[in-house]
Write a protein that binds this ligand. Structure first.
Ligand SMILES: [Zn+2]
Ligand SMILES: [Zn+2]
Length: 224
């Protein structure tokens, strides 16, 4: 989702138990699901574990995948920090009465291989433009650079960052070690995108209504 800014630090959390659990699993964990690398050239240097995920890009009724349960006890405290942040935000509080609770529509582990990169790109599609994309580094030795818009920085282990995925972003891992992030997409039910609010102040957001602004390459100028 677009917001004023590029990288927003939401807080910190203890990721040590989750890191240990991930490291205790072998390579097998990372080779169960390879469709992403095959479908998207930008993901050549990545491996992912789907925890809450659907391939159809849906925005409601997410599917919890089997690997989630292998990590549930050590992952829940991390996810709870994110959920609490948005549930207690002014927008979260305001919209909850009318639209119900927020929820994670996607949660994955994303590994970036040693020396690997993700080339500059902007996300698109209804769900990615109407959810808050949060990165939490779980395994990182500080040599992986995240760039979003004009900002470049190392995201530290245990830091919780919302990234403006509407802006062009890229990652470069200059380490000889792999890097693992939790990437979690939080939906505040009923929250509107900037373009929808600007173009249709009295309307609502839907894949149909927001189609033309969800699928453009460049970031809009609503918040400039
Ligand atoms: Zn919208
Ligand atoms: Zn906009």
């Amino acid at each position: 989702m677009n917001f004023k800014g590029e990288l927003k630090k939401l807080g910190t959390c203890n990721v040590a138990p989750l890191r240990e659990r991930i490291l205790s699993k072998g390579d097998e964990l990372w080779t169960r699901s390879t469709w992403r690398q095959e479908k998207f050239p930008a993901h050549t240097y990545t491996q992912a574990v789907d925890l809450v995920f659907d391939r159809d890009g849906r925005h409601q009724n997410p599917t919890t995948q089997e690997p989630f349960y292998e990590f549930e006890d050590v992952l829940q405290p991390v996810l709870a920090k994110v959920a609490n942040h948005y549930n207690n935000s002014p927008t979260g509080r305001r919209l909850k009465k009318k639209n119900g609770s927020g929820y994670f529509i996607r949660v994955i582990f994303a590994k970036l291989l040693p020396g690997g990169s993700i080339p500059p790109h902007g996300d698109d599609g209804f769900s990615l433009m109407h959810a808050h994309r949060v990165h939490i580094p779980i395994i990182s030795d500080g040599k992986s650079m995240f760039t979003c818009g004009e900002s470049s920085r190392v995201l530290g282990e245990g830091e919780i960052w919302e990234i403006n995925n509407r802006k062009t972003h890229a990652v470069q891992n200059d380490s000889e070690n792999f890097r693992v992030h939790v990437i979690a997409d939080w939906v505040i039910a009923g929250e509107r995108c900037c373009c929808g609010k600007r173009l249709r102040p009295k309307g609502s957001c839907s894949p149909k209504e927001c189609h033309d602004t969800d699928w453009v390459d460049q970031c809009c100028t609503c918040l400039d």
